[in-house]
Design a protein around this ligand. Structure first.
Ligand SMILES: [Zn+2]
Length: 415
């Protein structure tokens, strides 16, 4: 056991990639996990955290921090998705300043809720993401929009310039920055532009994320080029009748995304069985990012998450933004999954919000589990009221108790 800068004892440790350790201890050296085992086998003095569960910092695989200053979602629950898109466009239009303040608030909200790594969709200029304060580790996916053929070249050029700016900002970078690319969605990015962006990601060894099959309106647009998205694109002078071939399908987009080094398919609420099979076949580098409470907010058709897991789909969790979700807390997303999907084992739910999300972002060698050598991103959740029982039952109670995160460490430093 090497000499450590931090040595903790907890009622139970859930490493995620290994069985739980009751009366567990964990030590940290130079910001990384140095040792995990039973407290009675630990050398030296331990800080006793008491009746808590010690877990890895949570990973939010999909959010838009620019809306983190909202107190509640935009619009009423169940509103048609295209109406909500119009509301977000209006919200951006009303905004007088850069969303830097909202983004920094989003960093703080994430950290205090135990989220230590964030997959963020970047829409603002690079300085809005800079901060002197602590931030979660950030995977910044540059958003790209360009539906018409006329827009494709300029959208690609602008994306390359924005990625350069994010890499070389004039102010302090957010913590541990990784860059990625986000072609927004099939109703805003043409297949040729998507292909160019996937090629760009391949050259840069970057992950790609895209909203796919989020709404029924999107399927309608792809199938026959009609419906509320067609109207919206026409209103905004974005429509190009030559872009979509009749009878196109979300699976066409998944096939393009599969060419990327790593792809995060966000939502997938209305993917067909063949598309889910495709995701399962490509699970080594393709993930489905489910945003549980955003899914509930729009009252989408239920997704049988347990069937998807059984089928082999690599499932991870995101919050989406506070324009469709009450907060940025992945623990609450896991609690929501536990309540609505009783067939899924608690350890699988914990994995979705930690290791699976880290894998989705391509960061699993670094974060997502309590593993010797990984970053010491840690959280505790009180277990005080919870009775004795096997660790699995304890984890189930932790997920169901509604207890908030108590302490958070980033690279071994208390946040
Ligand atoms: Zn989103």
């Amino acid at each position: 056991m090497p000499s450590s800068s931090l040595a903790l004892r907890a009622r139970v440790i859930f490493p995620v990639d290994a069985p739980p350790v009751e009366n567990g201890a964990l030590t940290v050296t130079e910001g990384r996990i140095a040792w995990i085992g039973r407290a009675d086998r630990a050398e030296g003095e331990l800080i006793d955290l008491g009746d808590v569960a010690l877990l890895p910092g949570m990973v939010n695989a999909h959010t838009h921090l620019e809306f983190s200053d909202r107190q509640k979602p935009l619009g009423k629950p169940g509103l048609p998705f295209v109406e909500w898109i119009r509301a977000t466009l209006a919200e951006r239009g009303r905004r007088k300043r850069s969303p830097a303040k909202a983004i920094r608030s989003g960093y703080q909200q994430s950290l205090t809720s135990g989220v230590t790594t964030v997959g963020e969709i970047v829409t603002a200029n690079a300085p809005a993401y800079c901060t002197r304060d602590n931030s979660p580790r950030l995977t910044a996916f540059q958003e790209v929009i360009g539906f018409s053929r006329a827009r494709a070249d300029s959208a690609l050029t602008a994306a390359i310039a924005s990625l350069h700016e994010l890499r070389h900002p004039h102010e302090d970078q957010p913590n541990d920055l990784q860059l990625g690319v986000s072609p927004h969605a099939p109703y805003t990015v043409s297949p040729p532009l998507l292909k160019s962006l996937v090629d760009l990601a391949g050259q840069r060894h970057s992950p790609v994320t895209m909203h796919v099959a989020e709404s029924v309106a999107e399927l309608q647009l792809l199938t026959n080029g009609t419906g509320p998205f067609r109207e919206l694109l026409e209103e905004r002078s974005m429509w190009d009748s030559e872009v979509l071939t009749s009878g196109s399908h979300p699976l066409d987009y998944l096939r393009l995304l599969a060419q990327a080094p790593r792809a995060l398919v966000v939502h997938g609420n209305y993917l067909c069985d063949e598309a889910f099979c495709f995701l399962a076949d490509h699970r080594e580098h393709m993930s489905l990012i489910h945003c549980p409470r955003t899914h509930a907010f729009f009252e989408h058709s239920p997704l049988e998450l347990s069937d998807l897991l059984d089928q082999g789909v690599h499932l991870a969790l995101g919050t989406d933004s506070r324009a469709s979700n009450p907060d940025l807390c992945i623990l609450r997303e896991m609690q929501h999954v536990a309540r609505h999907h009783p067939k899924i084992r608690p350890d699988d739910i914990l994995k979705m919000g930690t290791l699976a999300s880290a894998e989705a972002l391509g960061r699993a060698t670094q974060v997502g589990s309590l593993t010797v050598g990984k970053q010491a991103d840690l959280v505790t959740i009180p277990t005080g009221e919870i009775n004795d029982g096997p660790p699995q039952a304890l984890l189930e109670e932790v997920l169901n108790s509604g207890q908030p995160v108590k302490q958070v460490w980033l690279a071994g430093a208390l946040v």
